[in-house]
Design a protein around this ligand. Sequence first.
Ligand code: NAD
Length: 361
Amino acid sequence: MNYKIALIRGDGIGPEVVGEAVKVLEAVGQKFGHSFTYEEVLLGGCATDAVGKSYPDGTAEKCRACDAVLLGAVGGPKWGSDKPAEQRPETALLAIRKDLGLYANLRPAALRPAMADACPLKRETAEKGIDLMMVRELTGGIYFGQRERYDTPDRGVECADRMAYSEQEIERIGRRAFELARLRRNKVSSVDKANVLETSRLWRSVMHRLAEEYSDVEYEDVLVDNAAMQLVRDPAQFDVVVTENMFGDILSGEASMITGSIGLIPSASLGETKRGMYEPIHGSAPDIAGQNIANPIGTILAAGMMLKYAFDMDQEAAEIEEAVEAALRLGYRTKDIMEDGKTYRTCSQMGDTIAELITNA
Ligand code: NAD
């Protein structure tokens, strides 16, 4: 069978890491008899440079014509906040997620045994293991609310960002979390700020309704400030953590840090259909772009998530996971995770190594 993948290589290190993920996909395709074809889609700063806007007309349609979307990263100082919104890469990211209806962002945060020394937490905390899934609402809340900026007579400029959530938006992300928990360790921790925010009180009441419906799943409410503390104190307590957009943005950054390098972590953004968008959690890393030193593992694992969630290829996805684990176990390291006694790999060498491990497994 042929699968069509929209490739958004993006800016900075995006093209470098996507190139390595494609290498690995080709190795999987050869081994399992799948054929992948790629549709190049321009989005981000590179699109601004090419056609004057970061989200060119027809981008969503191109992606919808594919079976899944694989994205590197977008952004960079060249297209900063001084530029008009339609030229900024972040505008394009928010727009594509919204247009493809990708309301659920899944970020696994797992401490790989081979990377235990990279965990910044106390050894006894790290030894308990970390294996959680952050489920972040992606198309609602304060990032999509109305923005205001106005002059006041006595306090200078004042700004406001509106945060809104509907029951329907909360319920669909909540269901995702409970369904995922059933496939994992059967526990949902819902993060909110219900002691202060009205949106959080609604969030909590919808989650409680779902908790009754999914009564086989263990459930707890956690206030966001406590969640931030618990993530560094005892992350092993968490299985699926579900939360709204901004809290999820911040907590998933924290969760990724406690598991080692930002370059190692993938994410999936899903909607109602199987087609999703798969990407590493890192940005375009302009400071290391073009040097062939980026870590491609986050993007390679994102390609693995794509095989699992978009194409139902559980075995093929597991093969990618195992090859990554093996590469790390054998001591191969890119610059960001290099330690004494390990074998240095450039970005493209790491891609080659993982592809070879798949071919030869
Ligand atoms: P970043 O993730 O790009 O980089 C943070 C630090 O981590 C840098 O030191 C970078 O060199 C390092 N790093 C990131 N990925 C790495 C990898 N794969 N291998 C080795 N080192 C890696 O975050 P930033 O510097 O805050 O943002 C840079 C640009 O990326 C900004 O324009 C930002 O808006 C954009 N951004 C895009 C996305 C996305 O496309 N989804 C996400 C976050 C940030």
